[in-house]
Design a protein around this ligand. Structure first.
Ligand SMILES: [Zn+2]
Length: 329
């Protein structure tokens, strides 16, 4: 509560004093990347096993409006290409990214992006395209909440974090047992990963399709052959679907190490995104470890719960990070 009050006060001071606008002008020529996962209306957001990964359509619309007004927004590969340009753009450069490729991205997010003439980048778990299968963590989260409906979201998150670190075979045993006990209920259409046709529509509207591997493993855990398969097959499959090259990849969970980076470059990618927070400095950015701002709508709301454009702008220009150094989600 104290922190929220302080945050509101600092926010209004930053807006009134012009500190946000000054910071935005300072980061012209750098690259700001936003990381979203799902866009779902409120009842579905709080019912989801990890509400931090969900932004509601109302708040997403407000954030798009703000981005269109204060930033020059491009799909990530275009933004990277323009970073090398010699003229510094009038507004700071930003890219909107979505991880995983849920159906809500095309049903709910894409029309809002269209309203504001914004184009984004979607990182897709390629092995789940045109299937009815859910990502394993969603299946696990749903099963867990079916079995233990009163469990707090923090507990579910901690359990999934623990299981994420198990070796894939061990994790599969854990998952099979959990799902057998829970008999998961009907899958909502929005919980699926997009189909080929959806990806083609996004592409035809000027959005970029990127890879998020075949099966969403933690890449450093993969043996060499599996690693190459995750990187190369996803790139090939997605490029076959869209008829275009797939320049970028998002490391699942942001996990990478020197071997993964080298294999990523070797697989022909041009860039990779991480989950490290921050703005990418034009003079020294890391093309295979691009930083992003994780958008958590709760943290960007005022004490009364109202979405705050001031807090959003403070966050993505890096001002909030400099002032608060909050623990990141
Ligand atoms: Zn992911």
């Amino acid at each position: 509560m104290m922190k929220a009050r302080l945050r509101d006060a600092v926010g209004s001071l930053a807006a009134k004093s012009g500190a946000i606008a000054r910071r935005e002008s300072k980061i012209r020529g750098h690259l700001t990347i936003l990381c979203y996962h799902r866009i779902l209306p409120e009842p579905a957001r709080s019912a989801y096993h990890d509400p931090d990964l969900v932004v509601t359509p109302e708040i997403f619309r407000q954030q798009c409006r703000s981005l269109a007004q204060h930033y020059h927004v491009l799909p990530l590969s275009e933004a990277l290409a323009s970073l090398n340009g010699h003229t510094i753009p009038e507004r700071p450069l930003a890219a909107i990214t979505f991880d995983d490729g849920y159906r809500d991205n095309i049903v709910i997010a894409a029309p809002i992006l269209r309203e504001h003439s914004l184009r984004a980048t979607f990182f897709i778990v390629a092995g789940l395209v045109d299937t009815d299968r859910l990502p394993w963590y969603d299946l696990a989260g749903q099963a867990w909440l079916t079995l233990y409906p009163r469990t707090g979201r923090a507990t579910v998150k901690a359990e999934l974090e623990r299981v994420k670190r198990l070796m894939p075979a061990q994790r599969q045993i854990w998952l099979t047992e959990l799902v057998e006990r829970a008999c998961p209920h009907k899958i909502s259409d929005l919980d699926r990963i997009m189909a080929s046709d959806d990806l083609r529509v996004l592409n035809s509207e000027g959005h970029e399709i990127g890879s998020h591997t075949m099966t969403h493993p933690l890449l450093p855990q993969c043996e060499d052959r599996a690693l190459i398969h995750e990187l190369e097959q996803s790139r090939r499959d997605l490029s076959e679907i869209t008829g275009r090259s797939v320049p970028g990849i998002c490391y699942p969970n942001g996990d990478c190490d020197a071997r993964v980076r080298q294999a990523t470059e070797g697989a022909g990618y041009d860039y990779a995104t991480s989950v490290r927070q921050g703005t990418n400095d034009a003079s020294e950015f890391d093309r295979f470890g691009l930083k992003r701002w994780f958008i958590n709508q709760e943290r960007l709301s005022t004490r009364s719960g109202a979405p705050s454009d001031t807090l959003f702008r403070m966050e993505i220009c890096g001002l909030a990070d400099s002032i608060f150094r909050w623990r990141r989600g």
